[in-house]
Ligand binder design. Sequence first.
Ligand SMILES: [Zn+2]
Ligand SMILES: [Zn+2]
Length: 111
Amino acid sequence: MTAASKAPRTINDLSQIGRYAVGVKWSDGHESIYPLENLRRFCPCLSCAGTAQGTIAHDSQRLAQLVRLGDTGVFLSWNDGHETIYANEQLRSICRCAYCAGEPERPITGD
Ligand SMILES: [Zn+2]
Ligand SMILES: [Zn+2]
C-alpha cells in the first residue's frame, strides 16, 4: 500500500465558471480553472488524442453537460455532440495555473 501522501487526488468541488471555464477544487487543496477551449483541446479520447490542433470550432468548445464521475473523473459533453471523459489525474496534469506551470522539476510525464 502507498503512503497517504501518494493517495490519488480527488475532486471536492466541480463548477462551471461563467460560460467559458470550469473550476475544480482538489482534495489536496489545489484549485484549478480550465478554459473550455483547453478541456476540448486536450480531450484524451481515442479520436481526439493529439489531433486537436489549431483553432477549435465555436460549438466544439461550448459545454452542454458537466458531470462528476464519483471519485474517478469528470464527464463533459459538448454542443457539437462530442463527449469527453477525464480521469482525475489527466485533468490535474493539464492544469496551467502559475503553480503547476511553474514547477521546473515536475516531470512532464509524471508516474
Ligand atoms: Zn475527444
Ligand atoms: Zn494548478
